[in-house]
Design a protein around this ligand. Structure first.
Ligand SMILES: [Zn+2]
Ligand SMILES: [Zn+2]
Ligand SMILES: [Zn+2]
Length: 253
């Protein structure tokens, strides 16, 4: 199983419009600092799953038939804005999503080829030979993480969240993911209330899952800037995702 990050930014992206912080300034000249909105591609055997659709060029990247399904974590715009273009296309594409009665704008009213399938927490489903278990996350809108299993590899995709409910922590403790892709929007010292993990939250989770590889995503420009000045802050086993990076999940950490 492979996961490729297509977008690793918090809402607003990097560079943030109008921001002249060190990272946003760098990102305007060096695309390796750029972060697009939240989106990732899972490839496992014959199955190709899009995790969220924050990037705006989904129709160009993925012609008809190239995706098995889309998994939506929640209906904030930075996770579903790429779906709006797909609505004018033809054919059918399954979109698994949380039970959110409102959704985003008129996506439910005019779905076009998008076949929304509302899934329930801890009710596993399959796409081909990939098993997926949705887990609840604490966020400002109904939000699911997805625990994805193929062959011997187990990957948890947890965006967006400010904390894990005890039921989700218990599931993960039992399930023992090899890789955890985790929302980490803010640097240390960010005032509460927050709807996202900050770096100390993320590193505390690392202590609960010492055998898992933890990859931070949904990165805000202020965390990037903080890490630019504190390059040794991430312990072994914790990495920062980059747009275009591919993780290979083999079932071994
Ligand atoms: Zn988000
Ligand atoms: Zn900035
Ligand atoms: Zn969100």
């Amino acid at each position: 199983m492979r996961l490729t990050f297509l977008g690793t930014a918090a809402a607003g992206g990097v560079p943030l419009w109008g921001c002249d912080c060190a990272v946003c300034t760098l990102a305007r000249f060096d695309s390796s600092f750029m972060r697009r909105p939240n989106c990732a591609l899972i490839e496992a055997g014959e199955v190709r799953l899009l995790l969220d659709a924050g990037v705006m060029d989904v129709t160009e990247r993925f012609p008809p038939g190239s995706l098995s399904a889309i998994l939506v974590t929640h209906f904030h715009a930075d996770h579903v804005q790429g779906l709006f273009h797909l609505r004018w296309g033809k054919g059918e594409l399954d979109v698994y999503a949380p039970q959110d009665a409102i959704g985003c704008a008129d996506l439910y009213k005019s779905p076009g080829p998008l076949k929304f399938k509302h899934v329930s927490k801890f009710s596993a489903f399959a796409v081909g030979d990939v098993k997926i278990t949705p887990v609840p996350l604490v966020h400002s809108k109904e939000t699911l993480g997805y625990c994805i299993e193929h062959a011997d590899a187990r990957l948890a995709y947890l965006s967006d969240c400010s904390e894990l409910p005890p039921t989700t922590e218990a599931f993960l403790a039992e399930w023992q993911p090899h890789t955890i892709c985790l929302d980490c929007t803010f640097p240390p010292g960010t005032a509460e209330p927050r709807n996202h993990f900050d770096l100390p939250d993320a590193l505390a989770l690392e202590k609960s899952f010492p055998t898992s590889k933890i990859v931070l995503m949904h990165i805000g420009h202020r965390l990037d800037e903080w890490l630019l000045n504190s390059p040794a802050a991430l312990p072994e086993g914790v990495t920062l995702a980059r747009d275009g990076e591919t993780l290979v999940c083999t079932g071994v950490t």
